[in-house]
Design a protein around this ligand. Structure first.
Ligand SMILES: CC(C)(COP(=O)(O)OP(=O)(O)OC[C@H]1O[C@@H](n2cnc3c(N)ncnc32)[C@H](O)[C@@H]1OP(=O)(O)O)[C@@H](O)C(=O)NCCC(=O)NCCS
Length: 161
């Protein structure tokens, strides 16, 4: 039977029940956004990319409230990933885990939660942009089943006003 959109939304909301020990994966709320920026300043890949701003993050949350997934332990945000679905493709951004919480399976669980979201929305393939020199990230993406596509490169143009 074809799933209706409300069913899919319920499936996406079910992601927040996923647990890894005391760590829970759930969609971000507007109140989380400041703490997410603090996490990214400390924990994310910050080379060769535009700076993060609260306005940009709020715009993402407004457009797609389920896209920003967080790993939380109590009141502490210990990891993040953006599971971006544009209706056509599934793109992963801002996978980051707090330095003191790495190699505990949190990154893997965030990727799995993002993939659950994509499947619920009808996505068939996910991709991530990863710097060539970020060998730690290569390990995490490889462990989750992702493979580098050597035949593609990224073409970029800044949209300045
Ligand atoms: C990449 C990152 C998100 C991984 O998060 P994590 O919670 O430590 O990853 P997990 O514990 O779920 O690791 C799962 C598996 O991935 C692989 N892996 C994770 N980190 C790795 C590393 N630094 N080097 C090699 N392999 C690694 C391992 O196979 C690991 O399984 P194991 O611990 O049983 O050996 C984290 O290191 C991080 O935040 N890095 C800085 C930000 C970043 O580079 N993000 C990616 C942007 S593309």
């Amino acid at each position: 039977m074809q799933r209706t959109l409300p069913h899919k939304v319920k499936e996406v909301c079910a992601i927040k029940l996923a647990r890894l020990g005391s760590v829970m994966i759930r969609p971000a709320t507007v109140d989380d956004l400041g703490a997410v920026l603090e996490l990214w300043a400390e924990a994310a890949e910050n080379e060769n990319r535009p700076a993060d701003t609260h306005a940009a993050l709020a715009a993402l949350h407004l457009r797609d409230p389920g896209a920003l997934l967080l790993a939380v332990d109590g009141n502490e945000i210990v990891g993040s990933v953006i599971a971006g679905w544009d209706g056509w493709r599934c793109h992963l951004y801002r996978l980051a885990v707090a330095p003191s919480r790495r190699r505990q399976g949190i990154g893997r669980r965030l990727i799995e939660a993002a993939e659950e979201r994509f499947r619920a929305l009808g996505g068939t393939r996910a991709d991530a942009m990863v710097l060539d020199n970020n060998t730690g990230a290569h390990g995490a993406w490889s462990a989750a089943g992702y493979r580098r596509q050597a035949e593609w490169s990224r073409w970029v143009k800044p949209l300045l006003r």
